[in-house]
Design a protein around this ligand. Structure first.
Ligand code: ZN
Length: 149
């Protein structure tokens, strides 16, 4: 049976005609940008108010701001199968090119801390967080831009 591909968080990312993008929201009154998206009200204390929060795709590229890896299983409430072998993962904080905001995400499969440097150019790509019987849970990942190393 084919699994349904479902975003692990609805509305945070999408495949667009221009490619895979994180989705934020922008206040039409003060141009404040939010990721994770803010849909209820503008959080800028200096906002004149009255603006709508409009969904905007974020820059597909940015530069590594910091990174680390998780080599040990975190304690509860982290959800994982204690009987499955722990798979180390790499976390990257990326400063998006145009927005200047720092976004956290996992590195693409096969990318380790040895492959990363602060300031390196990376791009956001679609990825898989988890799979169960009926669903492939999709998420975003960062990977070095080809030729940027
Ligand atoms: Zn605002």
């Amino acid at each position: 049976m084919a699994r349904t591909r479902t975003p692990v968080v609805s509305g945070w990312f999408a495949d667009t005609p221009e490619g895979f993008r994180l989705l934020g929201t922008e206040c039409s009154a003060c141009a404040a940008l939010f990721f994770p998206r803010e849909d209820a009200y503008c959080r800028n204390p200096h906002c004149p108010g009255g603006g709508a929060l409009v969904e905007v795709p974020l820059s597909p590229r940015g530069r590594v701001w910091s990174y680390t890896d998780g080599r040990y299983r975190p304690p509860a409430p982290y959800v994982s199968d204690p009987d499955a072998p722990w798979e180390p993962y790499t976390l990257v904080a990326v400063e998006l090119e145009a927005e200047g905001m720092v976004v956290l995400g996992q590195a693409a499969p096969g990318v380790t801390v040895a492959d990363l440097e602060v300031g390196m150019e990376v791009e956001v790509v679609g990825g898989v967080l988890d799979e169960d019987a009926g669903t492939t849970w999709t998420t975003w990942r960062f990977r070095p831009v080809e030729g940027a190393r």
